[in-house]
Design a protein around this ligand. Structure first.
Ligand SMILES: O=P(O)(O)OC[C@@]1(O)O[C@H](CO)[C@@H](O)[C@@H]1O
Length: 331
């Protein structure tokens, strides 16, 4: 571990996250919005925000452009987050989340601006410069139009060459290509698992993905299954972690809080059951806070005391791959 160094979060498609809070949404009707929040977002930004709240130094990297990009930069600065963003010509996107009083959230994510190869080369250059000072890297969220499917795979290879542990949280073809580059941890949700493996049964899907990840030199699949909690397949065993009760609020960003906890656990070399319990509790604390990227510490404390973590057997008809692959110093 590099003392005094930071966690680098990469968000290729950052956003100005706009959240509308209403008592009740009338679809096909006209709605009066009770409260509006607009802040810097995108998955890696949320991860950095949570890390910062936990007292861990984080740097945000990604392309930003136009007035929306300026608004994102300003918000990052006012949140005290270090930003290594690279300027691009296209206008940074907005996302809109509509949350009602029952905690039902509907998310509208714009595609984002087209990022050119030259512009992305600038981001990769900054990434290379920051890697030697990073304790870990989190690669998070969708790719904007214009970037190839192997964008994350390239960043993973660079991190591995530099000996920096890396976590990948994305979907679609970028996820497929990223897994093949062997990141230390991947964190798919139920839809991403199904999409990546063609399996609808989560344990079988996790087993299939874990086998693929191990083959590529990676280690752990931590699947977030909503109210059913986390299912993790690691080189050291399988675990399920969940809360015995439901949390209502805004679930947007809950996965990002979980990612922040997983990275913290990775750096501390904590046992997996502990890392998963932390991830579930911080995710719960994110649901209980109104905006993505925020956490509610009271909810964390209660949730941490109630998380149930247990070892589980992998599904019998699939292996999870050979655990005797070369071990990584950070695992
Ligand atoms: O379009 P992506 O990159 O997949 O997701 C973007 C996004 O919905 O994810 C975060 C919640 O995880 C929001 O802050 C953010 O805007």
């Amino acid at each position: 571990m590099r003392d005094g160094a930071m966690i680098l979060t990469v968000t290729p498609n950052p956003a100005l996250d706009v959240t509308y809070h209403l008592d009740e949404v009338v679809w096909n009707g006209s709605n009066r919005v009770g409260r509006v929040a607009a802040r810097a977002g995108g998955k890696g930004v949320n991860v950095a925000r949570v890390l910062a709240a936990l007292g861990i130094s984080a740097t945000v990297l990604g392309p930003l452009g136009g007035r929306t990009g300026d608004a994102v930069r300003e918000d990052l600065a006012s949140a005290g987050l270090r930003d290594a963003a690279v300027g691009v010509a296209g206008e940074t996107r907005r996302t809109t989340t509509v949350v009602d009083a029952a905690g039902e959230a509907t998310v509208f994510n714009e595609a984002g601006p087209r990022v050119t190869a030259d512009e992305w080369a600038g981001v990769v250059r900054t990434y290379r410069e920051l890697l030697p000072g990073a304790r870990a890297v989190a690669l998070c969220g969708s790719l904007p139009p214009g970037l190839p499917d192997d964008t994350y795979a390239t960043l993973i290879a660079l991190a591995r060459d530099a000996g920096v542990p890396v976590l990948l949280d994305t979907s679609g073809p970028a996820f497929h290509a990223g897994v093949a580059a062997g990141p230390d941890i991947v964190k798919p949700n139920a839809d991403e698992l199904r999409e990546a493996t063609g399996e609808s049964d989560p344990p079988r899907a996790v087993a299939a993905l874990a086998a693929r990840l191990r083959e590529a030199g990676g280690d752990a699949v931590v699947a977030s299954l909503g109210p059913q909690g986390l299912l993790a397949a690691t080189g050291g065993g399988w675990w399920r972690a969940r809360l015995p009760y439901a949390i209502t609020g805004n679930p947007t960003g809950a996965g990002d809080a979980g990612v922040a906890a997983l990275i913290t656990g990775l750096l501390g070399g904590r046992p997996w059951p502990d890392r998963l319990a932390e991830a579930v509790a911080w995710s719960a604390s994110a649901v209980a806070s109104p905006e993505a990227g925020d956490i509610d510490r009271t909810t964390y404390v209660t949730a941490r005391a109630h998380v149930i973590v247990g070892a589980v057997e992998p599904p019998p008809d699939r292996t999870i791959g050979d655990t005797a692959h070369a071990t990584h110093p950070h695992r």
